[in-house]
Design a protein around this ligand. Sequence first.
Ligand code: IVH
Length: 700
Amino acid sequence: MRKSDIEQEIEKLREEINYHNYRYYVLDSPVISDAEYDKLMRRLEGLEARHPELITPDSPTQRIGAKPLDTFGTITHTIPMLSLNNAFSIEEATEFDERIKRLLSTHPALSPEGRGGNVMIEYVAEPKIDGLAIELVYEDGRFTAGSTRGDGYTGEDVTQNLRTIKSIPMRLLKKQGLGTRDVGLVKNKPPAPSPQPLFSTPSRLEVRGEVFLPIKAFEKINKEREKAAEPLFANPRNAAAGSLRQLDPRITASRPLDIFCYGVGVVEGIKFKSHWETLEALKGFGLKTNPLIMKCSGIKEVLAYHQDMEGKRDNLPYEVDGIVIKVNDIGLQERLGVLTRSPRWALAYKFKPREETTKIHKIEIGVGRTGALTPVAVMEPVEVGGVTIERATLHNQDEIDRKDVRVGDTVVVQRAGDVIPEVVMVIKEKRSGREKPFKIPEKCPLCNSKVERIGAIHFCTGGLSCPAQVKETIKHFVSKRAMDIDGLGDKHIEQFFDDGLIKDVADLYYLKKDDILTLERWAEKSAENLMDAIEKSKHPTLPRLIYALGIRQVGEHIAHVLAEEFGTLEATMKADKERLLSVRDIGPETAESIYDFFQEPHNIKVIEKLNKAGVVFPQIKKAAGKLAGKTFLFTGALESFSRDEAKELVEKQGGKTGAAASKNVDYVVAGAEPGSKYERARKMGLHVITEEEFKRLLGL
Ligand code: IVH
């Protein structure tokens, strides 16, 4: 090949790879397979290896591989990177809007009348990403430099680390006819439509955005660090900052950092009229912007956006700590101007914090169903994310030691979604010297039995002589997926146990309405309902019964496996360790735990007591039952039963249930609004039946 041909091919490959990067990392909508992509990369790598003189820094092969630095250089931002004023309440956000209207009240663009009155400002509302601010510089469409915000005026030169972030384009997309669209894409596939750049490539474009680490990646990194006994990152923001500020870009490259771009610095050759237009332009250049950004007319819509986002926050794959409100019209932005640190035209309206600081008064020990001891910090109550908390888990002794948590410490507590609040870290600067280190006691604080340590966890050896373990066992026994005794909450179980009405799970079936009525907060009707619910629970399926017993290591799945294998509780109880080990999915630890459970005289006594009380121990007749050998698949909502109930009915009659359409499925039961499973099943020609037909098969 002639040199100019090679140069041309290299260039074409780069354009093509850049385009597929963009499809994959920015649009999340690839148009070629990973294998096809790899092939292009390998071809380019091969050509560049033979012609190293043709390698350019913006080649897709150059994202990783730069040498570690001794220290970061500095980059001065042409326009300072400001920060934002914060608001924490509707009042403060409304006040921001009013101040703007006041400041602009003489501006003709505000209202046809020119001043005052009931004008509405157009805003752009954006998620406030909790990462770190950076600036990217593109010269003639090529990425040439990138820096952290630093003090707002000068930041660190992290160019080679930013290159490793795949959603940062090394070249901006060009206007039609200048590249992107007419690159020779994969054969037989029409080029996918790509958003058109609105503007020709500016000679200089400074882009601002937030680099962040997705929550899943943060959790994975921390797990790996834990295994390697390295200090953990406190949150995704610290992890992102730690990853970007690595002197060795190979470490940065190993962390899946991502970016959302939200603004510009110097732009040569283009004047944007609005912030919205700026964002559209960035998108058109192939830069990643947040899809949840919205244009809002007036502050009311912004407030609604804030509320909506706060609700969505737990379901987003990245951390968002509020919204940013920006006046859309750039003319108005200029009129409003900036204060020393922050612009008057923008505001960060924060969500309720999920992290707070508070003080630990004492550390208590919680004892779980399996006897595991969990240290719990009892703290000065604080509001975290809108909920007052005063207890937070410390997990185990290793965690206490690692974080060096002491009684009396000032700590950061965190609550994420439905997760139990936890102590994140100690603020050691606040120590007075009077704080007391904590060790999990050698005796169970509830029953005084010996405590033994297995792995990271301490266990009370008291078994069912430990009141805490008994209470938790009873709570598990009555729970929805076990015996499902409706209307018997944790508080009631505590009450029944503390008043001596029940000492084990079997005692529930000996409860009398009159006994319950002697207790506080129980009335005729509620007691009657409870008696009915208890009565109804006397006919469990075998897997539920086994699961309800609360054998260590036996969750719902293993309970099913045992039921299927042994057919009765009696046969399960008789199995020795070797027999148990021969069963699918049962490993040595589980086999041991099951065996030990049924060796324990107390457990046998309780099981006998249950049987005497009228709890029916069902029998699974193998290969018997009307539906023996048949597999059912459910899709869509059923009218007469929940999905779980339907599955149970099938299993009771010897049938099986599947999770996906496959040749092994005999019946596909289609309820209302069946989903993709239904489509697939039909395409495969599987036997689809209605709920009515299903009921008939069951004999209902
Ligand atoms: S605009 C003058 N938009 O919040 C405007 N900032 O406290 C400056 N941030 O340093 C920033 N998401 O790190 C803007 N959509 C967004 C943002 C955002 C996160 C961060 C950014 C900035 C800090 C300001």
